[in-house]
Design a protein around this ligand. Sequence first.
Ligand SMILES: Cc1cc2nc3c(=O)[nH]c(=O)nc-3n(C[C@H](O)[C@H](O)[C@H](O)COP(=O)(O)OP(=O)(O)OC[C@H]3O[C@@H](n4cnc5c(N)ncnc54)[C@H](O)[C@@H]3O)c2cc1C
Length: 519
Amino acid sequence: MRKEIEIAMTPKQATEPSGWKSAFAHILHIQPGRIKHLNPLQKSVDARSNKVKIRLKAELFIDEQPTETLKNHRKKYPDVSRKIPVIVVGAGPAGLFAALTLIENGMKPILIERGKDVKARKFDIAQINRDHIVNPDSNYCFGEGGAGTYSDGKLYTRSTKRGNVNEILSVLVSHGADEDILIDSHPHIGTDKLPAIVGAMRQTILDAGGEIYFNRRITDIIVQNGKIKAVEDKGGNRYEAPAVILATGHSARDIYELLHRKGIALEAKSFALGVRAEHPQALIDSIQYHHSPRDPYLPAAPYSLVKQIEGRGVFSFCMCPGGIIVPAATEARQVVVNGMSNSRRNSPFANSGIVVQIDPSDIAHLSEYGPFAGLEFQRRIEEACWLAAGARQSAPAQRISDFTKGVTSSNLPECSYHPGIISAPLHEILPPFISGRLQEAFLQFDKNMKGYHTAEAVILGTESRTSSPIRIPRNAETLEHIGLQGLYPCGEGAGYSGGIVSSALDGVNCAQAVVKKYR
Ligand SMILES: Cc1cc2nc3c(=O)[nH]c(=O)nc-3n(C[C@H](O)[C@H](O)[C@H](O)COP(=O)(O)OP(=O)(O)OC[C@H]3O[C@@H](n4cnc5c(N)ncnc54)[C@H](O)[C@@H]3O)c2cc1C
């Protein structure tokens, strides 16, 4: 007999899979030996009551063995070395998954990445933290693995309609991610484990006969008779193919400028901007789990907050329990912050972006910049933060309680941000339509999470790269650019995804669209 059932267990029990059969057997009033196979389906934290529990849903085979093998199999990647080439620009989640999908379907990816391979990239990242120097081709956003590599590696997404999320997770598992991501309701990998997974994906592409080039920034697109013919890198190398998947991420501002120069249509879209808030993790644990210190078998507590303030959403974004805040600038003269954590999520801090939704109408004063108004808006605030922080990668910061009162902090609490923080009036640095909504939101968040609005918490400026302010428009069915045949705008930079999983899904979808037309 096959049965799907969910039970609640203590956090300790949940960490001991060898005891799961007994726990299910106990609930079903049967001998554990009658459960011939247990296939865990989903694990989630239930913190609604004072006694925090783990809910485990599983498929049980009672008195019978499963008829088919339940394990996820590694996909087959055939030799594509002599097949039709497809250019993929950008080796972030969208580009990597596009490349793997092309191989699966018998096409040869030529993956071109401006940054370094995932190992070499580490030195440039250390340099930002230590020496305040940003390499414009190799940083937290650029390089093999894209912006998702030196990140938290949170893998949850709301965009389940865009494709098969489980398939994305299975590919990650077959390249070294822990199998737990297949059942956790909030799966995450951690920045300590992501580089090896990205390296394994590279090896799969190379083993199948795909090509990968690092340190090659694409600087030109060659168009002939309304069709894309080739792309060229800064060293003058030319790459020809009938189709180009452009997955360059939302920080590749030079790519937007290139497309505009070439007369390739772009359009403005809404985006979000704000600050990154950091609290002591123990405080967040005590609010979310009703206890401090938390049960040692529970993960660092996450949170998710959203309010409507004067017609705009203000929401938490990319929340990193047990994480650190990192400098995510891609050029000199800008301070951009983001968050990440390692697999154990064991830092004493909890951080999250707190951002305000911005519509193109909010920045009408920049209309002279056309589709670039949002970029110009981001750029001005990022530069103001850089100046406020002493023209370094330090970040301007303020205690949350001072921010809501509109006063500069006389001192600051400890913070995880390695380049350091400097007290500054973020309520004045951010435009009033953003800072006013953030001030109100912090007060309202405290109603959902008592203690969230506190002098112990600090905010850093600026969280400006949550989403792209530009869309590269494409046909909804063919996914091809509306004006240029053979160009497939893909992933977050094209404005069609946000986050690792949805970008990976978009990569899969674009590759399938290319296969449909060009194989
Ligand atoms: C610090 C940090 C933490 C994050 N944490 C999470 C998280 O926990 N969970 C989550 O879901 N999301 C997270 N994100 C967001 C996530 O990383 C992005 O949504 C995702 O990486 C977007 O994927 P993409 O492939 O579309 O673009 P990207 O990842 O931005 O990749 C684009 C790639 O294109 C390359 N490129 C750009 N221009 C050129 C050019 N001219 N020529 C050649 N190559 C070029 C870049 O170097 C880059 O490697 C985080 C982001 C950051 C910065």
